[in-house]
Write a protein that binds this ligand. Sequence first.
Ligand code: PLP
Ligand code: COI
Length: 362
Amino acid sequence: MTIATTFPRNPTASPTPVDVRAERMVDPGFGRVFTDHMAIAHYNAADGWHDLAIAPRQPLTVDPACAVLHYAQEIFEGLKAYRTADGGTALFRPEANARRFMASARRLAMPELPEELFVESCRALVRSEIDWIPDCDGGALYLRPFMIASEAFLGVKPSSDYIYMVLASSVGAYFKGGPKAVTIWASENYTRAAPGGTGAAKCGGNYAASLAAQAEAITKGCDQVVFLDAVERRYIEELGGMNVFFVFDDGSIATPPLSDTILAGITRDSLIALARDRGIAVREERYSLDQWRADAASGRLTEAFACGTAAVVTPIGAVKATSGDFTIGSGGPGQTSTALRAALVALQTGSAPDPHGWLDKL
Ligand code: PLP
Ligand code: COI
């Protein structure tokens, strides 16, 4: 079956007035300001993917027995569209998000959305909502593609029907106050993902399961939680919504190796490539909380940072844990994280060359 990939636009009858939109975009923060339209497509076994559209963003009507509401059969993605230095707009590596979305779908027993349909839905929505990209520092249009199981049925089985949607949100910095260093709570009680589980999939359930740990982090005065491996409870895995890197005094950097318990971040992959382009040695190796603490104390570890689409590159200034707190370097942003962040942002906004062909210009 050939799948149509065009998303016809059905404009909203009452778009947000220009002055209201402008006011909302002054300091949008993260994930609070939504645009007027969304992409949508439906799936059932007989027709495959159909009824593609850019439609007004409005509440959904779903049956209360809808499978996603009971068994959390849901996956999502996150990517950004940037204004580029030449006055254009570009998505960053949307095909990588499309492939990860397919991998998540396989893990959650959902139908794969073809790569071209994913990418076209994102492009069509950005073209529709281009005026919602804010001019603030770090301003971008954050896209949230997601798929839900929509069959009304209480038996535990893969749904037969699905809805795919993409929301667009005007965003600035994920952390209030921009890229200053954050404090991380190392969770020794809760784990995020176990071998054989869904840790490498971007499914809503992973995030629901991380919230108690994130709430604990907040009560400890931290911004985010970092999880340890579920088997030995020793090795650093990742944050609730970001991967993590360590910087050493010999100039090398390291990050935990990918496995079925870690989300394969596209920012992580991009930073590894950008670091290697700059002659920085990058290791993908396991690193324990105890080693992190010892290396921070001895000065062997000079920086650490978290990375992701929403957070970009965010320095980690301090770690708190039941087994003992420690500060990293000066406790503020370090040279390597600052340089890698600048290199990534320059590439994403088209003010630096794009040797890897990562920008998808609209
Ligand atoms: N790890 C988790 C658990 C995430 O939710 C995210 C965010 O998407 C990342 C890592 C970073 O992934 P990416 O760089 O593709 O945004
Ligand atoms: C992202 O960085 O895109 C994420 O999905 C992280 C978080 C907002 C869940």
